[in-house]
Each structure stands twice: as structure tokens, then as C-alpha cells.
Design a protein around this ligand. Structure first.
Ligand code: NAG
Ligand code: NAG
Ligand code: NAG
Length: 416
């Protein structure tokens, strides 16, 4: 929407200028002079751009003087064009990128026979904001989610080159604040800051909010990164609940659900209903969009079991962007009367043989133990091991084994 009205405005400007140049070509206009900008780093690239009117037009009377400013909006990644009678304009620039702006003079009124003339030339300015911080240490994947329009939570990822002892900080600024403010409450993960929660400290909606993640480390400052957003575009609702299904007499299935505590009017919400048809060999799933918290569907073949779940988001009629909520619990029709009994673990042949083998081994071990105990009680203690081995092992293996068992004695001799 905004983009369309912007391009319409631009087209109108081009048309007016073109018409002007067709009607009057005798007068040429100089571009403005002394274009420059004053940077305010405390407000994340808040830039005051100023210029002077061309000195050649200083003594002109009966003239209406205007300026056309064009600049690249580095936060929104688009070109902005505007006209103003002022000689100053404030805009916000992402300081990790270069700032570019150009300005034209526009003349109108009795002095130009009431046609609009734009200067052929322009005055241009390119600003390279100071690059500070260790290369490749800027925060990555910055994202803010506004849960139920109650709690804004922003998070980011550390880039791999961030030194181990580094401490990151988040600052924010919007036009009602004199200066940037630090995050009220950091979210930690493994002792490291990875997010910020604004619980109970809401930020204004429909206002550009500027964020900066910077930080320091034993090896020097981290490279700062800048982000801009409006909080109403970051909303994620909690999952719808109380999903219920009802059949009416005329073979229709009615779905109803509720959205938990919600600040926006229902007109600003939309839902997606996902339908699974169980019973057939495949499971079908198709999304259905609806704009009210209920849906009536024709009930088809009675042999099928239909299952549904719902999720919601803020409608794109109300905001530019929003996140889908999680899915609700699933509700099915017909409801299964009895809770399916958990099936008995099947005794297949493989496990059957394993059980038998284990039982045989266990029996053997137990009887061996009993027999050994009885034997030990009968024979003198020092001979026990050898005699056991003699009974357990075939003759060929015996000498080696008895050496191992008599090892203790040999050791004693060495120590003495
Ligand atoms: C404007 O007028 C002043 C005196 O009225 C004169 O000194 C000056 O040179 C003029 N400037 C131009 C650009 O014509
Ligand atoms: C001013 O423009 C009108 C048409 O819009 C034209 O008829 C007239 O001759 C012009 N006057 C001068 C002085 O150029
Ligand atoms: C981070 O940004 C804030 C706000 O602009 C500033 O006050 C602070 O000095 C910066 N910290 C570092 C380490 O650059």
C-alpha cells in the first residue's frame, strides 16, 4: 500500500515537472548550495540535512521557491523523494552504510509565468559514517516478536568471530526519546546475552523504533549493527483455544474457537483452519482461510473421520507483516467414544527366541553359582580358584590361566 502511494507520488512529481519544462524553457535554475549533514550518533543515525538556496536566485521577487530532496533510505532499502519549502530535513540512516542525498531547486510563481521549473543539476552529498569495531563481530539474525501485543522480545545471534569475553548490549531509540536507552532486561543463554525482553515496558506502535546491538570485548569494541521496525508489525498471538465441533441437523459441521486475551479487534485477526481427512489411506490437509472465529463445513461421507486445528495472525489489512500463532489442539469428528487401548506389545518370533536364550543362560549361571558355592565350602580356601578352573576349563588351557591367577604371589616376591 505504502509503496504504491509512494510511486504514485513520484509519478505525479515527474509529470508536473515534465509539464513545467514543456511550458517554460527560457529560465534555468541553479541547484541549492552548501548541502551538508550533521550526524547524531546518540540517536542511531538521526541526520539533519541542510542546504542554502542558490545565490543566483537571491534577488528574485514574486517567486515561490521549493526544494526536491532525494535520498536512499538505508533502513528500508528504498529511494525516498520529497518536496519541501524548508532548507532542512531530518531523516534516519543506518550508520553501517553510506549516506547518499541529493537536492534540486524548484521554482514556481509569477517569476516563471506560473509554471514549475526544476533545476537540471543537483547538489549531492555522500557521507561515510565512521566504521568502528572488530570486523565480522556484528550481531546476526536480529528479530523481534510482540507476543499477544503485550510483551516484545528481541533476539539475535552472535557471529562466530565474536571474542569469548565480549559483552553485547542492546540500545533503542524512537522520536519521543531524547537519547538512546539500554535494554531493560536481557535474556541470557549459557551466560551470554542473546536477547532482550520489554515486559511491562511497551514501545509505541506505528512509530519507527531503532535498535542498535553493540558491545565491548577485551580485544576492542564490537562492530555495531542497526535495525528498525514498528512493533505492530511483529505481533504473534497465542494459539487459539476451546476449538469445538458440532453437527447441525442439516449435515453440517460447525467449528468454533476462541482467541485468548487479545487487544486487537476481531476485524484485525484472521485464521487458518487445517483439515485432515483420516480414514482414507492418505491424510489430506488443506488450509482454509476465514475472517471470523467460526466455520461451517458440509459433512461428507460418514465413514470418514475429520480432524481440524486452527491458528491465527493479525490480518495484513491492519499491519504490514505479522507472525502466525502456534496451532491449537486438534479436534476431530466423530469423536472416538473409547480411548484407544494401548496395544499389547507384540511377541514376535525374534524376541521370543531371545527371551528363551536369556532364560537358559540365567538358569545355567544360577546353577553354576550354587554348585561353586557348595564346592568352595567343601575344599580348602587356597585351592579354590585352581580347582574351579580345573573343573571349568579343558586341560589345554589350564596352565596359562592358573599363571594369571597366581600372579598375586609373584608380585609379592618382587616387592620383597
Ligand atoms: C542582489 O542585490 C544586491 C543589492 O541589492 C546586489 O549587491 C547583489 O549583487 C545582487 N545579487 C545578485 C546575484 O544579483
Ligand atoms: C505565460 O503563459 C501563457 C500560457 O500559459 C502564455 O499565453 C503567455 O504568453 C506566457 N507569458 C510569457 C511572458 O511568457
Ligand atoms: C553502544 O551504543 C550506545 C548508544 O549509542 C553508546 O552509548 C555506547 O557507548 C556504545 N557502546 C560501545 C561499546 O560502542
Amino acid at each position: 500500500m505504502a509503496a504504491r502511494s509512494d510511486s504514485l507520488r513520484l509519478l505525479m512529481l515527474i509529470f508536473i515537472t515534465w509539464r513545467g519544462s514543456m511550458r517554460c524553457c527560457a529560465i534555468t535554475v541553479d541547484p541549492p548550495e552548501d548541502l551538508h549533514a550533521v550526524l547524531d550518533p546518540g540517536r542511531f543515525g538521526h541526520l539533519e540535512i541542510t542546504w542554502r538556496s542558490p545565490s543566483s536566485l537571491m534577488n528574485l521577487t514574486n517567486c515561490h521557491l521549493q526544494y526536491q530532496l532525494e535520498y536512499f533510505n538505508t533502513y528500508k532499502n528504498k529511494r525516498e523523494v520529497l518536496r519541501t519549502p524548508q532548507r532542512t530535513y531530518s531523516a534516519q540512516f543506518d550508520l553501517s552504510k553510506d549516506v547518499q542525498a541529493r537536492v534540486f531547486t524548484i521554482l514556481n510563481g509569477a517569476c516563471t509565468n506560473n509554471t514549475m521549473i526544476k533545476s537540471k543539476d543537483y547538489n549531492e552529498m555522500v557521507l561515510h559514517p565512521p566504521r568502528t569495531g572488530i570486523q565480522d563481530t556484528e550481531a546476526k539474525e536480529f528479530i523481534c516478536v510482540y507476543y499477544n501485543m503485550e510483551n516484545l522480545e528481541c533476539s539475535w545471534r552472535r557471529s562466530v568471530k565474536t571474542p569469548a569475553g565480549a559483552q553485547q548490549r542492546l540500545y533503542f531509540w524512537h522520536k519521543s526519546l531524547k537519547q538512546a536507552v539500554e535494554c531493560p532486561s536481557y535474556v541470557l543463554s549459557g551466560g551470554v546475552r542473546k536477547g532482550c525482553t520489554f515486559m511491562g515496558k511497551p514501545l509505541p506502535a506505528f512509530t519507527d523504533i531503532y535498535f542498535c546491538v553493540n558491545g565491548s570485548s577485551p580485544e576492542g569494541p564490537l562492530k555495531p549493527t542497526f535495525f528498525s521496525l514498528q512493533v505492530q508489525n511483529q505481533v504473534k498471538a497465542s494459539a487459539p483455544d476451546k476449538l469445538s465441533l458440532q453437527t447441525s441437523s442439516d449435515k453440517q459441521l460447525e467449528l468454533r474457537w476462541e482467541n485468548p486475551a487479545w487487544k486487537l479487534s476481531v476485524q484485525c485477526l484472521e485464521w487458518e483452519v487445517r483439515h485432515h481427512r483420516v480414514g482414507a489411506e492418505k491424510i489430506h490437509s488443506k488450509p482454509i482461510h476465514t475472517e471470523s472465529p467460526r466455520l461451517t463445513l458440509p459433512l461428507s461421507s460418514s465413514n470418514e473421520r475429520n480432524c481440524f486445528k486452527v491458528r491465527s495472525r493479525v490480518s495484513l489489512h491492519c499491519v504490514d507483516h505479522s507472525f502466525w500463532s502456534d496451532w491449537s489442539h486438534e479436534a476431530c469428528h466423530p469423536v472416538l467414544k473409547t480411548i484407544e487401548a494401548t496395544p499389547e506389545p507384540e511377541l514376535n518370533f525374534a524376541s521370543f527366541y531371545i527371551y528363551i536364550a536369556v532364560a537358559i543362560i540365567a538358569t545355567l549361571v544360577v546353577s553354576l553359582c550354587v554348585w561353586a558355592t557348595v564346592n568352595m565350602m567343601k575344599s580348602p580356601p587356597e585351592k579354590t580358584v585352581d580347582s574351579l578352573i580345573a573343573k571349568l576349563l579343558p586341560k589345554k588351557l589350564r596352565p596359562g590361566v592358573s599363571k594369571i591367577f597366581s600372579g598375586k604371589k609373584t608380585c609379592n616376591d618382587v616387592i620383597i
